[in-house]
Design a protein around this ligand. Sequence first.
Ligand code: ADP
Length: 462
Amino acid sequence: MLLWRYFALFTILIIAVVSLVCFGVLGSAYSSQARSRITTIGGGLSLFINGKSSDFTGMVGNEMNRYALTEGIDVFLSSADGRALIYTIDPSENWEGIYGEMLSVVDGWTEGRAVVYSSDSLLNYASCVTFNDEQCYLLVQYPMSIVEQSLRSTQIYVLVIAAVAIVVAFVISYVLARRISAPIRSISDTAMRMAKGDYSVQFASAEFEEIARLSESLNYAKDEIKKSDDFQKELLANVSHDLRTPLTMIKAYASMIQEISGDDPQKRQKHLQVIIDESDRLTGLVNDILNASKVSAGLSELNKKVFNLTEFLYGIMNKFDYLQETAGYKFFVDIDADLYTLADEEKIYQVIYNLISNAVNYTGEDKCVYVSLKDCPEQRRIKFSVRDTGKGIPDEEKEHIWDRYYRSKDAHARPVKGTGLGLNIVKIILRAHNFDFGVNSKPGEGSVFYVDFPEVSSLPEQ
Ligand code: ADP
């Protein structure tokens, strides 16, 4: 568990830095504390002694002893010529050395001056006082070993605390790392199972918000992949079914022409027509499927531009002219002039073409289709609508007709062999554009499909 090691390393580093700083700071804090303590004691004693006569020798000795006992220090009062007058410890053995060292610092001083200096393992305070009307020196010696001892015990405390902190930090990092990495590991295991095609998996949520969000997004991604996977499977099944029917027909009629009707021009003509119709249906089917996948794949890149919707609609209507001539359809158009919109032209072509094709397919016996494009200047909208006179769409079907592969079970005037993809393509494109669209229909009275396009003034300046 790499995460755990990082956590632990990080805590050890912090503790090490804190301990090092403590050690450095503690050393100097203790020595400055010792200096100020010895200055206070020395200053107090100097004041006490200063100006006193030899009658007070006992009292001075007592005061010096009091400090010596409570503070662990040694105090000496010496005359200017080097006689130890009063002391807390008999200096006879090395008095010369002590006195000599002090004298090298304080020689020639006058009353009231004081100094703190270090020597060997001692911190010394020396001052010049007047005792029994003669100039004397007061020497206070503070053994540094006291300071070092307390410094050492504090350092041991710091070390013990640091060691305990490191152990605690290890435990906490281990627990924390486990709690963070366990859900991540479970997510990665789940992802592996999903990669093998098991979409029933569920990414578990976790207590940490970021991981919980990650697993939420992964669940969403999984659902989307599942949908697309289902769609592909469904598409394959539907497509192979839909393709087989016309292919069977084409083969059957071609065989018939070969074997039976080859010499009978009338029959042959009829059979050839079936082959042509079925081939057209095949082409339509393949186009729809291609469009559906193209639309799903390319929706992120809408290639919007301003164009003349009026001309555009006339262009599409021209494509339906042949139905007027060959199949007796009647198109009634009511199109306002020079209306401009902003949209992806190619995709809007599919929308309008699909809606008009549906009207053609599902209109009533009279074969009438009404197409209109109306300007609504107050809303800055252009309303496109296409109306047929067919059976209409029952209310309960209205929301489903936009679904992929939805096909009504109702019999229409002409049985239409569609794919159920047309309106789905329309929906996907219009949603991507954020355009209003819908259908108004009453059973028996036909249907009106409409789309609201935004109106723009004209082509932008080139
Ligand atoms: P297809 O027309 O290929 O079946 P669509 O997605 O274009 O697929 O339409 C889905 C269904 O909506 C159709 O099967 C039909 O039942 C219904 N529908 C579409 N347009 C009309 C219309 N103009 N009138 C009545 N029903 C319609």
